[in-house]
Design a protein around this ligand. Sequence first.
Ligand SMILES: [Zn+2]
Length: 126
Amino acid sequence: MTLRDREWLDDALAAFDLLYFEGALAEVPVRIVWHTYRPAVTYTCGDYLEGRIRINRRLSSLVVPDYVVLGTVYHECLHAVVGMDHDISFELAEGRYVHRTKAALWEAYHLDAVMRPGGPPCNTPP
Ligand SMILES: [Zn+2]
């Protein structure tokens, strides 16, 4: 069992910088952390602000496939490099993530159960 710790996120960021962003993430630079959202924003998967990506700790649960967590990481990386608007160029760039369709399907069926209070345990230290 792999703990989805800070290092797991750092490895994902480094891999995406190599695979999709040609080093642009390191130039910003971007850092990434797990974050515990207040209940009112519990359904937020992640966010980006001023060089920092936050990923919802609920997604560290091992019931969430890697490709779903990584899809959120990729989305927030795009905000760091492309910008904050979800416009057509953003959506086109988002389509480059190879598991995008599969991740969106999984989220449509299972994300509510993961995000709701009393959902499955997280797999990263608070
Ligand atoms: Zn977004």
